[in-house]
Design a protein around this ligand. Sequence first.
Ligand SMILES: [Zn+2]
Length: 340
Amino acid sequence: MIELLKKLISINSISGNEEEIISFISDFLNQNSVEHKKIGNNIIVELGKGQKTLSIVAHIDTVPATDGWSSGPFKVSINDDKIFGLGAVDNKSSVSTLLELILEFQEIELNGKIIFVFTSEEESNMNGIETVLSHIKPDSAIICEPTNLIPCTAQKGFVNLNLKTKGKNSHAAFPGKGDNAIYKMIKELEKIKNITFEKEYPLLGYPTISPTIISGGIEHNIIPDKCEVILDIRTTPIYDNNTVIEEIKNIVDCKIEVLSNRLKPIETKNNEFVKIAEEVCDSKSTGFLALSEMCFFDCPAIVLGPGFLEQAHKPDEYIEISQLEKAKNIYKKIIKGFLN
Ligand SMILES: [Zn+2]
């Protein structure tokens, strides 16, 4: 498994650039006589027969490499129990674990079907999983992401808004002759900063609203007539995407463009599948604090995988080797428990 993981890390698969890793996975499956379907840059492997279906999904792409790596992002290094490299924890440890599991489950009889899914573009637009879900209809799903092997049954939604204030240009020596769009934006942002949410969602806490990008003005001596701010908004099932968008629309006096509103908050209520996962992991479910492909599933789904999320999306990303074997055993037990 370690050799496989090292190879996967060494392949550059920054989101949108998945051709090479897809052909590597496809070759690996062919060499092991595993039938698979390729849909775009996504791969589906179906094993077993029967009514019940469980889908287990891992994305194969990574975020772009940032500066500051001790060795290169694609140069794998090992130190004690840690494997370093871009995608080590997010998400190639899961990819290598699933590939190993496919080989094992070729030999195991199940009362149902496992659908292994390898998706592209998760770190950019999540188009991969949407494409795949137009071809499969699982009864339950595991989305493999770093959760320290604790099952996560809820996830925040995501909204991206662009606020635009409009003013009037003038010479900066006569600011009163113009209308400063940056000052107007400050007023709007103050109103947004004062929004409070009273009800806490048990597994997810409160919604958050953060201005993350600002632009306005073209020269130091011109009063700006335009200012724009991007808001990153994370929602909960109590305050869902549309509720928060409406709340903002009601209090601001500027133009708002909705850039993204397709990732809704989601929770899988306690059911048979969640119970199996909690028992196998010997842990109560919690909430997943980042985004994952979970929100595209309309069946009971959990996020569960090896490693810590805090290790992802930064230089010297790593996975603890001991997590790999644990992850494999946990997935195996959940699959067997559900398709028994
Ligand atoms: Zn991920």
